[in-house]
Design a binder for this molecule. Structure first.
Ligand SMILES: [Zn+2]
Length: 130
């Protein structure tokens, strides 16, 4: 790796490492949250979905589980980005092969598409949000 490449890779590595740590924290917090809800459900001793309390717990569990899935996907995307960084393809759009742009990578370190391709995909409603 040349000095120039080292210079561009270093902030990306830092951003991805930070994002990874945050996502891991989020996953841990969600897991605690989920366990808390399960414990609360045991305390009120209801698994009846028709009971208002039971319905609330079911809703909270569904919400936390959706957030957990999202956090797991975030973590996978970050690991993919770290892998691209090692291979030297990080920061390139997977669609048009153009640069993704520093501002966008700042906001979404694991972005795989440039803003133009990402907004094209989301306007067709067939792509991922990033
Ligand atoms: Zn693109």
């Amino acid at each position: 790796m040349s000095d120039r490449e080292q210079e561009t890779a270093a902030p990306a590595t830092r951003r991805l490492t930070e994002a990874r740590a945050q996502t891991l924290q989020q996953i841990a917090a969600l897991r605690r949250n989920f366990e808390g809800i399960v414990e609360a459900a045991l305390l009120v001793n209801t698994d009846d979905e028709h009971d208002p309390e039971g319905a609330t717990i079911a809703f909270e569990r569904a919400q936390v589980s959706a957030l957990s899935k999202q956090a797991d996907a975030d973590l996978a995307a970050i690991d993919d980005a770290l892998e691209r960084l090692r291979r030297g393809s990080y920061g390139r759009c997977e669609v048009c092969a153009g640069p993704i742009g520093d501002e966008r990578l700042d906001a979404i370190p694991s972005a795989t598409r440039c803003i133009a391709c990402a907004s094209m995909a989301s306007s067709r409603h067939d792509g991922r949000a990033q």
